[in-house]
Design a protein around this ligand. Structure first.
Ligand SMILES: NC(=O)c1ccc[n+]([C@@H]2O[C@H](COP(=O)([O-])OP(=O)(O)OC[C@H]3O[C@@H](n4cnc5c(N)ncnc54)[C@H](O)[C@@H]3O)[C@@H](O)[C@H]2O)c1
Length: 365
C-alpha cells in the first residue's frame, strides 16, 4: 500500500529524498513537549511496519530523518528475509540537549509519541531500540495499541537479547557447516566484541557448545565475564583482528570499514551488530579475501522474530524455535551465494527482494 509521503506541520520543507522508496515519512512536534518525532515507513508490502523507536540526540532534524529513513529500509529486508508477515519501519525521537528526559517529561514525551502512533493507525508498530527501554514500551502501550516489547511482567515479551543471541548461534552453525563441513561449534575459536544484552548470552551459549572464546568490550568491567567463562580477553582493536574461526561483532554498527576488512584475521564474520558494514562494497572486499560475511540483518533477526510473536500471542518456546530456524535461512543464502558466485550479502538482499516482489505480484493479481 503506497500512501506517499505524509508531512505534518510545522515542517513543511521536509521531504523524502529523491529516489527513496519509502511509503511514508511522518515528522511531528509533540503537542505536550515540542520534541521532534519521526516515523519512517519503508514498506508495508508484507504487513504492518514493525521497528524500534530510537531515542537519541541528533545535531539537526535532517540527521534524525536520515537515520529513520536508513534504519527503516533495513527493517524491510530483515522482516522479509526472516519470512515474517511484516513490513519495515523505524522511528526516531530527537531528544533535546542535556540528560535523557526522565520523570514527568519522559511520560509526556512518550504520550506525544503515542499520538504519532495512533495517527498512523497500525501502519507502524513500535518497539524498543537504542535509547528506549521496555519500561518505555509499557508506558506507550497504555496510550496506544501499536506497541510491542514491554517487560514480561507487564505482559510483553521482555528483553529480546537472548533470542537475538540464539539466532546468532544458529547463524554461526550455518556458516561453520559451509566453511568447515560441520555445524558443530565445539573447538571453534570465536571472538565476541561487545558483551551487552546480546554478546553476554551469546558467550554463555557458545561456552555450552564447547567453543573456545575470546571476549572483548570497551568496558573493562566486562573482564569479569571472561574470567567467569574461562575465556581469553583482548582490547577491542586487537580482538577485531584476532586469528579466530569466527568474529562476532556485537557492539556498534559501521565497524567493518575498508581498512579493517584488509586486517581481519578471522575466517567468518557472524555477529549481532546492526549495519556492520561501513558501506556495502566492504562485502566484496571480504569475499575477495576469502572471509565469509554472514549478512547482519539475517544473523540478528532473532530479536525481531521474538517481539513479532506478541502480535499473534506470545509463546517463548515458539520464539526459540523460530530463532533456531535462522540456521536454515542462512544456509539457503550461503548456498545460493556459492551457486551464483555472488556475496552472501547480495544473495540475502535477493532473497528478501524476491519475497517482496512475490507479495506485490499476488496483491496486483
Ligand atoms: N538487543 C537485541 O536484541 C538486538 C537485536 C538486533 C540487533 N542488535 C544489535 O546488536 C548490537 C548489540 O546490541 P546490545 O543490545 O547487546 O547492545 P548493548 O548496548 O546492551 O551492548 C553493547 C556492548 O558493546 C560494548 N561496546 C560499545 N562500543 C564498543 C566498542 N567500540 N568496542 C567493544 N565493545 C563496545 C558496550 O560496552 C556494551 O557492553 C547492536 O548493534 C544492536 O543494534 C541487538
Amino acid at each position: 500500500m503506497a500512501v506517499g509521503a505524509l508531512i505534518s506541520d510545522p515542517h513543511p520543507g521536509v521531504e523524502v529524498p529523491d529516489g527513496s522508496e519509502h511509503e511514508l515519512l511522518l515528522v511531528r512536534r509533540g503537542m505536550r513537549t515540542g520534541i521532534q518525532m519521526i516515523v519512517a515507513v519503508h514498506s508495508t508490502v508484507l504487513g504492518p511496519a514493525l521497528g524500534g523507536c530510537r531515542m537519541w540526540h541528533y545535531a539537526t532534524l535532517r540527521d534524525a530523518i536520515d537515520d529513520a529513513l536508513r534504519l527503516s529500509s533495513a527493517m524491510t529486508l530483515k522482516a522479509a528475509a526472516a519470512r515474517l508477515p511484516l513490513g519495515g519501519g523505524k522511528s526516531v525521537v530527537r531528544l533535546p540537549d542535556g540528560p535523557q528526559p526522565s520523570g514527568a517529561l519522559r511520560r509526556a514525551m512518550l504520550q506525544d509519541f503515542a499520538d504519532a502512533l495512533n495517527l498512523l493507525d497500525g501502519l507502524y508498530i513500535t518497539a524498543e531500540d537504542v535509547g528506549s527501554t521496555p519500561e518505555d514500551m509499557a508506558v506507550l502501550s497504555s496510550h496506544s495499541s501499536f506497541v510491542v516489547g514491554s517487560p514480561a511482567r507487564r505482559g510483553g515479551s521482555g528483553d529480546p537479547g537472548d533470542f537475538t543471541a540464539a539466532g546468532v548461534q544458529a547463524a554461526m552453525k550455518a556458516c561453520c557447516a559451509r566453511r568447515y563441513g560441520t555445524a558443530k561449534l565445539a573447538g571453534r575459536s570465536v571472538a565476541i566484541v561487545g558483551l551487552g544484552h546480546v554478546g553476554e548470552p551469546l558467550a554463555r551459549r557458545l561456552v555450552k557448545d564447547g567453543a573456545s572464546l575470546l571476549l572483548s568490550d570497551i568496558d573493562p568491567a566486562r573482564l569479569t565475564l571472561a574470567n567467569e567463562l574461562g575465556a581469553s580477553w583482548l582490547d577491542p582493536e586487537d580482538a577485531l583482528r584476532a586469528e579466530v574461526d569466527v568474529l562476532a561483532p556485537c557492539a556498534l554498527g559501521g565497524v567493518l570499514d575498508d581498512v579493517l576488512a584488509e586486517e581481519l584475521g578471522c575466517q567468518i564474520v557472524c555477529g549481532s551488530a546492526n549495519n556492520q558494514l561501513a558501506r556495502d562494497e566492504v562485502a566484496d572486499r571480504l569475499a575477495a579475501r576469502g572471509i565469509m560475511y554472514a549478512p547482519d540483518f539475517i544473523v540478528n533477526s532473532g530479536g525481531l522474530i521474538n517481539v513479532s510473536l506478541e502480535l499473534t500471542g506470545y509463546d517463548r518456546a515458539l520464539a526459540q524455535r523460530r530463532a533456531d530456524e535462522i540456521e536454515g535461512v542462512l544456509e539457503q543464502v550461503l548456498l545460493h551465494a556459492e551457486q551464483t558466485s555472488v556475496t552472501p550479502l547480495a544473495a540475502a538482499v535477493e532473497l528478501a527482494n524476491g519475497r517482496l516482489a512475490a507479495a506485490e505480484r499476488s496483491t496486483a493479481a
